[in-house]
Write a new protein. Sequence first.
Length: 339
Amino acid sequence: MKRDYSINRRTFVTGALSLPLVTALKRPASAAEFNLKYATGQDPTHPVNKRAQEAIDRIREVTSGRVDIKLYPANQLGSDTDLLAQVRNGSVDFFNLSSMVLATFVPVCGITSLGFAFKGYDQVWAAMDGDLGAHLAKQIEKTPIFAVSRIWDNGFRQITSSTKEITSPADLKGFRLRVPPAPSLTSLFKALEAAPSPINFNELYSALQTKVVEGQENPLAIISTARLYEVQKSISLTNHVWDGYWVLANKASFARLPTDVQDIISKEIDKSGLEQRKDIATLSESLKADLKGKGINLIDVKQDEFRASLRTTTFYADWKKKYGDEAWSMLEKISGKLG
């Protein structure tokens, strides 16, 4: 079931002037009426930024220059946690953020990053474009921010290492692993007896280079664009967690825009999000060959061994209590019985 974001957005508009679309189209391109900031944490070459810039360009064109959005990639305006604070207070207008990091502010958003919940993209999009995605968006809307579009793709996460190869749950025992500041990942790797260390992404390369941690986990696109392969030796294709990017906006900032402009922005960002999903799926496959060519050893693992290990712990039961029966039942409707 596709979520109708336009209906929800109108609940945020408090007296904003609504202008006809024809007015927007006739305005001179040089006369920017609204100057907005769009921040990301990813390298400029990442599909997130390519597609975001395309959306920005289309928005400028369709509004005849009324809306000028400047893209700030690669944590130029601060770390992910800094930027989350900035979009909450309105100093940044738009920010794409991993659902796992968003969970530090809206806890239930971490349910999409539950260890070994999704077996593939068919399940991911059935959940995120359906009841579960709509439910999470409603929870975000209870805060000073909201989701501008359907969720974008951050891909399935894989484990990299500079020391030993990770082929089974036993290999993770005591393994010093960087994770983002996301409780769901910290909990997952503690349950698997690893030693997770929450570190912001802008500090990750240095932490790997100086051996503060032995490894990390991220989608292949991040491993490639951030050049993490330079300081790692192997990648274990665990697909342990799927993660998405919510494109978040500040409610008060968005409410100051005319409703026709709101609709254009949301439509174009959503369009780019669907294109970015295709980019990540295609890129993840091509990157396997590319990373092998850079000397990285790619290791296939048996995911069922990791799931079986988790079932011997209280991992799933603990998170079910945290997320609640409503969200959990929406997840299991797609993923099947967990725990």
